[in-house]
Ligand binder design. Structure first.
Ligand code: HEM
Ligand code: HEM
Length: 181
C-alpha cells in the first residue's frame, strides 16, 4: 500500500519519514566528521567534514523546528505510545532525542554569533552575521556543553537504534516498517 503524506496509527507518512531519515543522515555525518578529524586531521575527508559541520548543523536546527511543528500537528494521527514501561521509555527517549537535537546546534549557533565571527555557509550565504564583537555569555555555554551533549545524543541514538532492532527481532511487532516499510 502506498504511503501517504500524513501519519496514521499504523505508520509514519512521507513528511515524517523524509524528516526522520534526512536528519538521521545529517546527524550521523556530523559525528563521522568529528571522527575523521581526530583520526586523520589533515586528510581531504576531514577538510570536507570541517567545511560542512557548521552549515549542516544549522540546517539540522531548522529541520528540527519543522519536524517539531509537524509532530505537534500530527499528534492525534500517530499511534500513542503505550502506558507500560516500554511505552513510557519510548516516549521519554523520543522527547530526549528532540531536546538534544535542538540544544546541541542551538548552543553552537549562539556561540557563532557571540564569537563575533558569525557563520558563513560555503562562502555563499552569511547565515549568522559577523559582528566582530565577542559576547562571553553567548560563547561559554557551547564551549562547556556542545561536545558533551553531542556525545550524549550519539549514545541516545545508539539506544534508539538498538530498541528499534529489539522491537523487530524479539517482539516481532514490525516497528521498523512503521518508519521505513
Ligand atoms: C546536531 C548538530 C550537531 C552535532 C551532532 C554536532 C556534534 C559535534 C561534536 C561531536 C563535536 C566534537 C566535540 C568534542 O571534540 O568532544 C563538535 C564540535 C564542534 N561543533 Fe558541532 N555539532 C552540531 C552542530 C554544530 C553547529 C550548528 C555548529 C556551529 C554553528 C557547530 C560547531 C562546532 C564547533 C566550533 C566545534 C569544536 C568546538 C567544540 O567542541 O565545541 N556544531 N560538534
Ligand atoms: C540520528 C539518528 C536518529 C535520530 C535523532 C532519531 C530520532 C527519532 C525520533 C525523535 C523518533 C520519533 C518519531 C519522530 O517524531 O520523528 C524516531 C522514530 C523512529 N526511528 Fe529514529 N532516529 C534516528 C535514527 C534511526 C535509525 C538509524 C533507525 C533504524 C533502525 C531508526 C528507527 C526508528 C523507528 C523504527 C521509529 C518509529 C518508532 C515508533 O514506532 O514510534 N531511527 N526516531
Amino acid at each position: 500500500m502506498a504511503v501517504g503524506l500524513k501519519d496514521t496509527p499504523e505508520r509514519y507518512g512521507r513528511v515524517s519519514r523524509a524528516l526522520h531519515w534526512s536528519m538521521a543522515a545529517l546527524i550521523l555525518w556530523q559525528f563521522l566528521g568529528v571522527a575523521a578529524e581526530s583520526i586523520a586531521e589533515k586528510s581531504a575527508l576531514a577538510d570536507a567534514f570541517k567545511t560542512t559541520h557548521s552549515p549542516f548543523g544549522a540546517l539540522i536546527f531548522v529541520l528540527l523546528l519543522a519536524r517539531g511543528g509537524w509532530a505537534l500537528l500530527s499528534r492525534s494521527l500517530r499511534r500513542p505510545h503505550g502506558t507500560d514501561l516500554l511505552g513510557r521509555a519510548a516516549r521519554a527517549g523520543h522527547l530526549a532525542l528532540y531536546a538534544l537535537m535542538a540544544i546541541v546546534p542551538a548552543l553552537a549557533l549562539l556561540r557563532a554569533y557571540g564569537s563575533g565571527r558569525g557563520l558563513n555557509a560555503f562562502g555563499l550565504w552569511q547565515v549568522i552575521p559577523s559582528t566582530g564583537t565577542r559576547i562571553d555569555w553567548m560563547v561559554a555555554p557551547a564551549s562547556a556543553l556542545h561536545g558533551p551533549l553531542a556525545w550524549a545524543l550519539l549514545v541516545l541514538v545508539g539506544g534508539h537504534v538498538a530498541m528499534a532492532i529489539f522491537h523487530d527481532a524479539v517482539l516481532r511487532d514490525r516497528t521498523i516498517a512503521r518508519m521505513a516499510g
